[in-house]
Design a protein around this ligand. Structure first.
Ligand SMILES: *[C@@H]1O[C@H](CO)[C@@H](O)[C@H](O)[C@H]1NC(C)=O
Ligand SMILES: *[C@@H]1O[C@H](CO)[C@@H](O)[C@H](O)[C@H]1NC(C)=O
Ligand SMILES: *[C@@H]1O[C@H](CO)[C@@H](O)[C@H](O)[C@H]1NC(C)=O
Length: 349
């Protein structure tokens, strides 16, 4: 039943009176607005309707940050301890003793009991103020214990949710903390634990009666997740980081391999050209040597220095080192050194 209530905030603006300071007003128009129970008078938000029928600047404020004042404007004073500022905000008054008339939801107008510290509401749920409570416009103390008769006050607010307007009944009583005033039996009863059947939020110690009719968990306590969730999230983060790094590494390695293949192809072509040139030179030399006038000693000596043994070598070397060099190159992919070394070795020719 605990739903987020969206009271029309604009209603506060719209429902404030429009009469300025010094204008006529009627105290008989003072009232609580239907649905919101906000105090209304003919006068605007900084004035109140005085007994002589004119709007007069407010003489006190009940809120630290009162509504309807311009930024930086002078605010009326808060009331000293032992006094309160009524809804009209005309002047501070002394706290009211038990059984005095008080204004709706103004527990702070009532005098605290002697054992205020013991009875005071510590749950921050607005059960009472210093052990005093204003129910049905009468000041009393929230001192009723289990099984004792109690007073209950049900107020129906008009609330607005996602599915539109609905009635939100707020039920208050004068039982001590930990008990609630049952609206039917009018007796103080112990608050119920999670899972017990309930019909209103006030019956549950968690302050949350679910629509299924059982007490649910307190919606105000922060949600805690198990340690495993933190571990899973941490692992997820690391997997994402290292997955990205690995993906980039693989991509770059593929590109690198492609580049290397291109360079190797280039080298193979260059090498083939080189071999062709050599062969052409060999062929040319062989045809020169086979000429009948090769008895010239100067020429023969000149050629025999490097030419004679390279006659034989190219045939062996062309096939062997090139092939083995390639095999070596293909086999050992790890370094670019092989590519650089290979032309040097062959460049000797
Ligand atoms: C205020 O009320 C007085 C008498 O009650 C009347 O004479 C006067 O015209 C009113 N002023 C305004 C602004 O209504
Ligand atoms: C009405 O009463 C207030 C004080 O309550 C006073 O300041 C103001 O002057 C009075 N106005 C008239 C028109 O008598
Ligand atoms: C309980 O509070 C009421 C006023 O609401 C008071 O009259 C009564 O004496 C208190 N009882 C005890 C035991 O304090």
């Amino acid at each position: 039943m605990l739903r987020s209530l969206i009271f029309l905030s604009c209603s506060a603006l719209a429902l404030a009176g429009s009469a300025n300071k010094g204008d006529n007003c009627s105290t008989s128009d003072n009232r609580l607005q239907i649905g919101t129970y906000q105090f209304f008078s003919d006068c605007n938000s900084v004035t109140y309707c005085a007994a002589n029928g004119t709007c007069v600047l407010k003489g006190c404020r009940k809120d630290e940050f009162p509504f309807g004042y311009q930024t930086g404007s002078h605010l009326p004073d808060l009331c000293p301890s032992g006094q309160f500022c009524p809804d009209e905000a005309d002047v501070c008054q002394d706290l009211l003793p038990v059984n005095s008339p008080c204004q709706l939801n103004r527990d702070d107008e009532c005098e605290a009991p002697p054992n205020a510290a013991q009875l005071a509401d510590t749950t921050n749920r607005g059960l009472n103020v210093n052990g005093a409570v204003c129910l049905n416009n009468v000041c009393m103390w929230a001192n009723r214990t289990s099984g004792e008769s109690c007073t209950v006050e049900n107020t129906a607010y008009i609330a607005y949710g996602g599915s539109g307007e609905f009635i939100d009944i707020v039920s208050r009583g004068n039982c001590v903390a930990g008990l609630y005033c049952d609206s039917v039996a009018l007796q103080c009863m112990a608050e119920k634990n999670i899972g017990d059947s309930c019909s209103a939020d006030k019956e549950c110690s968690s302050w949350n009666c679910l629509s299924s009719g059982v007490c649910g968990i307190d919606t105000t306590i922060p949600k805690h997740v198990g340690t495993w969730v933190y571990i899973v999230v941490a692992i997820g983060i690391f997997v994402a980081i290292f997955g990205t790094l690995l993906g980039l590494f693989m991509m770059h390695r593929r590109q690198r391999d492609q580049e290397r293949e291109k360079r190797m192809q280039y080298w193979r072509e260059q090498n083939a050209f080189h071999q062709n040139l050599l062969q052409m030179r060999q062929t040319a030399r062989a045809s020169l040597l086979s000429l009948p006038n090769n008895g010239n000693s100067a020429r023969s000596t000149m050629y025999s220095r490097d030419g004679m043994h390279s006659d034989e070598m190219p045939i062996l070397q062309h096939a062997a080192p090139k092939a083995s060099g390639l095999r070596h190159y293909m086999g050992d992919d790890s370094s670019d050194e092989g590519v650089m070394m290979q032309p040097k070795r062959d460049g000797r020719f």
